[in-house]
Write a protein that binds this ligand. Structure first.
Ligand SMILES: [Ca+2]
Ligand SMILES: [Ca+2]
Ligand SMILES: [Ca+2]
Length: 253
């Protein structure tokens, strides 16, 4: 059983927007890997790689016999909420189709950074920015321009000025309409690039390592500025899933 988030939780997530990257991009050429072999590999390394603290908090484990790659591919890059077990949160890593347990805000932030990859500013600009309701992020909007203070810091706009580039259009309008809030002109989005990168987490290596999550539902980038933001965002964008379905996705320790 899979249930989508509340319809009002987001401004722009619609089920109609569902897109998934082509299969060849999903697991970096490991499509043919034998699941039984993979399981044996995992067992060999289990003692070394096992995070004891994490294991203690994980109540169910995947049975390799019931791993369902199609389901994993369908849910690639998604955040899953284990509805039958206290809403535990998981992230399905697009690179290996394994799910990672996000036990709390610090842990979610840490895992998302570990699984991230660097991206140039030029490539990042190809992906539209998501503007979340400030109430969801529990953040201030000091200049009342519709962008939270922390998102403005991520975007490099002025959080104390509603119209950073003084062109008469407030920052959130420019971001939502695809214009540059920091200067003249429109931004040319590359939707096929966004689709290819769906579900991934990027670090802005040319700035200060700002982290962004590409939501597979709307192919927009969501700013993961602070641990509490990252976790709230995860919960907001998450998809409810039953233990039976979750068990079919390989677990990462
Ligand atoms: Ca603002
Ligand atoms: Ca501003
Ligand atoms: Ca402006």
């Amino acid at each position: 059983m899979i249930s989508e988030p509340e319809p009002n939780a987001l401004r722009s997530c619609r089920r109609d927007d569902l897109h998934y990257p082509p299969q060849e991009n999903l697991i970096d050429g490991e499509n043919d890997r034998n699941l039984a072999d993979e399981n044996n590999d995992n067992n060999v390394n289990k003692e070394d790689s096992l995070d004891q603290e994490l294991q203690a908090d994980v109540s169910i484990k995947s049975n390799p016999k019931i791993i369902n790659l199609k389901l994993s591919q369908r849910l690639v890059g998604r955040i899953l909420l284990q509805v039958e077990d206290q809403g535990k949160a998981w992230y399905v890593n697009p690179k290996n189709l394994q799910r990672y347990y996000l036990s709390n805000s610090q842990n979610a932030f840490k895992i998302m950074h570990e699984l991230s990859q660097g991206i140039s500013d030029q490539d990042l600009l190809k992906i539209p920015v998501a503007v979340l309701n400030n109430n969801i992020l529990n953040d201030e909007d000091s200049d009342n321009d519709g962008l939270s203070d922390r998102l403005e810091k991520g975007l490099g706009t002025n959080w104390q000025n509603s119209d950073s580039d003084s062109d008469g259009y407030i920052d959130s309008v420019e971001v939502e309409k695809g214009y540059n809030p920091n200067g003249p002109g429109a931004i040319n989005f590359d939707y096929s690039f966004s689709q290819k990168m769906a579900g991934r987490i990027f670090l802005q290596v040319e700035k200060h390592g700002e982290a962004w999550y590409i939501n597979p539902l709307d192919l927009k980038r969501y700013y993961l500025g602070y641990p509490e933001d990252a976790y709230l965002l995860m919960k907001t964008l998450a998809l409810g899933i039953s233990d039976k379905d979750l068990n079919q996705i390989e677990i990462n320790y």
